[in-house]
Write a protein that binds this ligand. Sequence first.
Ligand code: COA
Length: 147
Amino acid sequence: MIEYKPLTPWYVNQVCELERACFAHPWTLRDITDQLNSPFGLYYIAVEDGRVLGYVGSFMGADVVYINNVAVFAAVRRRGIATGLIEALKAGAREREATGLTLEVRSRNLPAIALYEKTGFQRAGFRKNYYTDPSDDAIIMNYELVY
Ligand code: COA
């Protein structure tokens, strides 16, 4: 059974492994540990049999939760794991009484855009040439928490 829970130090190495598997510029052990130790960091993992399958990383700034990264190992994609992570993050954001969640996504990352649309995010803006390596525009997407 897949469990969705806050990231703890025990799993940080596995999250680094996932970062390396998914991104050209992966977050380092130091980056993730710093976020974990920050009172503003909000990180959730999907775990099955002690193995991390996916994670979502975010931080709380003012009353908004900014999503940095969502990643799921390629072998277990399209099983609803990222959706479960986003829902766990929404619940965590609600506990912290955030007004909403926001993120930037590469305009060419169609799987991620589809994931965010499916989980209720709405397109709120656009930043031309925001990304490099490879160059891409950013789409800003927001999700409003209703209480
Ligand atoms: N193509 C089209 N739609 C896709 C898709 C794909 N490859 N992957 C996900 N979706 C959409 C679908 O609507 C899907 O629902 P469905 O399976 O019922 O059709 C919905 O998103 C939810 O998918 P889910 O199974 O929860 O997502 P996932 O666990 O496969 O993870 C990503 C999605 C984007 C996190 C994963 O592909 C990934 O890790 N990509 C590499 C890292 C990345 O780009 N992260 C996002 C930017 S930080």
